[in-house]
Design a protein around this ligand. Structure first.
Ligand SMILES: Cc1ncc(COP(=O)(O)O)c(C=O)c1O
Length: 401
C-alpha cells in the first residue's frame, strides 16, 4: 500500500468500511489519528457538507428555470406553504442536531477502487461501494451495454405484462435461475422492490414471519406490508428463533427471514442451523443475498454454497446493483410456482416500468462471465485475506476473525 493510501485508510477510521463485508474499527488511540490540518488527511464529514452546499449553490446560480418553479409555488396556497416550511425546517434541524445528517460526496470519475471526488485534489481510495467483483467498468460489460442500446433500445416505457418483456429479460431470468440452481426467477427494478413485493404475496393473517433483527430496511418494509403475525429474533440468536418457531406452531405457514451475509456488520447467517430448525418445525426459509451473490462461496453462489447446503433455502432475493455489474435491478428466485404467483400479484413488478434493456444487458454479460469460471470470487477471497491480515497488523479489530 502506498504512503498516500495508508494515510487515507487511517484518516477515514471513523467511517464504517466494508471489505468482504467485514467491518473494522481503529484500535489506535486518538493521538495516532491524523488531524484535518494534515495535508494528506481526508477532511471530516462537515467538510463534505460544505463542498456539497457550495456545489448546489453554484448549480442553482447556473439554473435559469429554477426561480420560475419557486415563483409558481409561492403563488399557490401561501399559508399552507408557510406551515409546510416550518414543519420541514423543524424536521431538518432535528436530523442535524441528532448528528445523523448525511452529506453526499460528489464523485467526478467512474466508480472504482480509486475515485476523484469534488473538493479533493488527489485520488481517494474507495472502500465503501459494493462493486465486489470490480465488474462496473469491465470492458466486456461496457461493450455489451453499448451493443444492447442498438439492438434493444434505451427503455420500454411500459410494465412487463402490458408491453414490456423482451427476449433479453427472459434470458436473464433463465440465467439467474440457473446460477442459483432454481426453477425460475423474476426481475425487479431493484432488490428493494423484490423485497417489498414478496411477503404480502405469500403470507396472510394465518401465517407468521420470523425475522432476524438486523435484516435490511427493505425486508422490514416488505414484512410491514403483509398481514401475517410478526416475530423478530435477536441477530443470529438460534435459541430465540427456535422459541418463536415453537410459539407460532399454530400458524398455517411460518417463514424464517434472514440475510445471507448481513450488509450492516458483515456477519454471516448461521444458515445450516436456520435450515435445520426450519426442517424440524416445518417452516420455510427466505434469504436476501445482496451481499453474497457472485462472490461469496467457492464459485460465488452465495451463503448456501459457503455453508455447504446448496438448495436448502426456499426463496432467494438478490440485487444486480452490487457485485453483479453494479448498475441496478433485483430478483427473486425459487420454484416455478412462486415465480408464477409473483408475476400475477407482486405490486412493484406489476405496477412499475420494466427494467431498462441496458441494465439487463449488463447483468446478462455478468452472469456469462461468472459462469465461465470462479476466478473472480477467488480473487475477492485472496484480496479479503490480504486486507484483513494487513489491517489486523495495523492495529484494527475486525469482526468475524
Ligand atoms: C441487504 C440488502 N437488501 C436489499 C437492498 C436493496 O437492494 P437494491 O439496491 O437493489 O434496491 C440492499 C441495498 O443496500 C441491501 O443491502
Amino acid at each position: 500500500m502506498s504512503k498516500v493510501s495508508s494515510t487515507r485508510v487511517k484518516a477515514v477510521d471513523s467511517i464504517e468500511m466494508n471489505m468482504g463485508r467485514q467491518r473494522f474499527v481503529n484500535n489506535h488511540d486518538s493521538k495516532s489519528i491524523p488531524s484535518s490540518s494534515d495535508p494528506e488527511c481526508v477532511p471530516p464529514s462537515g467538510h463534505v457538507e460544505e463542498i456539497a452546499n457550495t456545489y448546489e449553490k453554484k448549480c442553482e446560480e447556473d439554473d435559469d428555470d429554477k426561480p420560475a418553479v419557486q415563483t409558481s409555488l409561492r403563488k399557490g396556497n401561501q399559508s399552507a406553504q408557510v406551515s409546510l416550511s416550518v414543519l420541514l425546517d423543524t424536521e431538518l434541524s432535528g436530523i442535524k442536531e441528532a448528528g445523523t445528517w448525511k452529506a453526499e460526496r460528489i464523485i467526478t470519475s467512474k466508480q472504482a477502487a480509486e475515485i476523484n471526488v469534488l473538493g479533493y485534489d488527489s485520488k481517494i481510495l474507495n472502500f465503501c461501494s459494493n462493486n465486489y467483483l470490480g465488474l462496473l467498468n469491465h470492458p466486456e460489460v461496457i461493450a455489451a451495454v453499448k451493443a444492447s442500446l442498438d439492438t434493444h433500445g434505451a427503455g420500454l416505457s411500459s410494465t412487463r405484462y402490458i408491453s414490456g418483456t423482451q427476449d433479453i429479460h427472459k434470458e436473464l431470468e433463465r440465467k439467474v435461475a440457473k446460477f442459483h440452481d432454481r426453477e425460475d426467477a423474476i426481475l425487479y427494478s431493484s432488490c428493494y422492490d423484490a423485497n417489498t413485493g414478496f411477503f404480502e404475496v405469500l403470507l396472510n393473517d394465518q401465517d407468521a414471519v420470523i425475522s432476524d433483527a438486523l435484516n435490511h430496511a427493505s425486508i422490514i418494509d416488505g414484512i410491514r406490508l403483509c398481514k401475517s403475525k410478526k416475530y423478530r429474533y435477536a441477530h443470529g440468536n438460534m435459541i430465540e428463533l427456535e422459541s418463536q418457531l415453537k410459539e407460532s406452531q399454530g400458524c398455517r405457514m411460518r417463514l424464517i427471514v434472514t440475510e445471507g451475509v448481513f450488509g450492516m456488520d458483515g456477519t454471516v447467517a448461521k444458515l445450516r442451523e436456520i435450515c435445520d430448525l426450519a426442517e424440524k418445525y416445518n417452516a420455510l426459509v427466505f434469504m436476501d443475498e445482496c451481499h453474497a451473490t457472485g462472490f461469496f462461496g467457492h464459485t460465488g453462489r452465495g451463503t448456501e454454497e459457503h455453508c455447504g447446503i446448496m438448495g436448502r433455502v426456499h426463496f432467494i432475493n438478490s440485487s444486480l446493483g452490487k457485485a453483479l455489474g453494479g448498475a441496478s435491478g433485483g430478483y427473486t428466485t425459487g420454484s416455478k410456482q412462486i415465480v408464477d404467483l409473483l408475476r400475477q400479484r407482486s405490486r412493484p413488478y406489476l405496477f412499475s416500468t420494466t427494467v431498462a434493456p441496458p441494465l439487463v444487458a449488463i447483468a446478462n454479460k455478468v452472469f456469462e462471465i461468472l459462469s465461465k469460471n470462479s476466478d473472480l470470487p477467488e480473487k475477492v477471497k485472496r484480496n479479503t485475506h490480504r486486507f484483513r491480515e494487513r489491517m489486523t497488523k495495523a492495529g484494527f479489530t475486525l469482526i468475524n476473525m
